[in-house]
Design a protein around this ligand. Structure first.
Ligand SMILES: [Fe+2]
Length: 247
């Protein structure tokens, strides 16, 4: 599996606080079956200055565990708009991970996202299920129609971010607005990966068992493989009897 959103870089944001924490996170990622990680610290001006050194330091640690790391960053939408033209993309692709912190999905916000797309970027919205509410679904659909992609958090499906985020994550998955499941891991304890458990859970409750891997493996791979495309799928819940008789 491939994790496209992870705060593994040491001492640059609210992610791994020291090398030992990063080592433990890498160990846990391996245990979860994660083979590649796109490292996505929160963007700051300072981050750009230290990025290369910090990334190399991490790469040495991950290499020892057989995990491949790629460069990336998580931008607040307003920062991405200001920095456009020199964004740190995911694994040197055209994909950018963007967090929308405005509570309302106004036309202005949609225009900012459109503006980034016009610059040639493919936009992945980070954790919409935690940023928005059910009433925003129509606007999120509009973004989907603009070929904007969505990354949901593994822990949200398990209820780790509350009932509202859990419900919205299922709704988004069902209407084709979940292209990636990522950890958004910040540490080795309270905000870890949850990949294995979430994948198993989703395979149990949705009929398209085979397509669940699309979210953990194939679509993440398409971010940095030129020959592959990110695929949009709608998922349908199993009914009571289907769940009862599922082996
Ligand atoms: Fe994040």
């Amino acid at each position: 599996m491939i994790d496209i959103h992870c705060h593994l870089m040491v001492g640059v944001d609210d992610g791994a606080k020291d090398i030992d924490e990063a080592k433990e996170m890498i160990r846990l990622a391996k245990e979860e079956g994660i083979k590649e990680i796109i490292v996505t610290p929160h963007y700051t001006l300072e981050l750009k200055r230290v990025y290369e050194t910090k990334f190399e330091e991490l790469q040495k640690l991950a290499c020892r565990e057989g995990i491949i790391l790629h460069k990336g960053c998580e931008y607040k939408l307003q920062d991405a708009v200001v920095q456009k033209g020199e964004l740190i993309t995911l694994a040197d692709s055209e994909f950018v991970l963007v967090e929308v912190t405005q509570t309302f999905l106004t036309e202005y916000v949609l225009n900012q996202i459109y503006d980034l797309k016009l610059c040639g970027y493919e936009i992945i919205i980070a954790h919409p299920e935690r940023s928005f509410k059910g009433k925003d679904i129509e606007k999120l659909k509009k973004l989907g129609e603009m070929n904007v992609y969505f990354q949901l958090t593994a822990g949200s499906f398990l209820g780790m971010f509350g009932k509202q985020a859990q419900k919205l994550s299922q709704e988004l998955l069902e209407i084709g607005l979940c292209h990636f499941v990522a950890s958004d891991a910040h540490n080795s304890k309270s905000r870890s990966f949850c990949f294995k458990e979430t994948r198993k859970y989703l395979k149990t409750i949705y009929t398209e068992e085979g397509n669940i891997d699309l979210l953990f493996e194939n679509n993440p791979k398409a971010v940095f493989s030129k020959n592959e495309k990110v695929v949009t799928k709608h998922f349908k819940k199993r009914n009571f009897f289907e769940r009862l008789f599922k082996k």
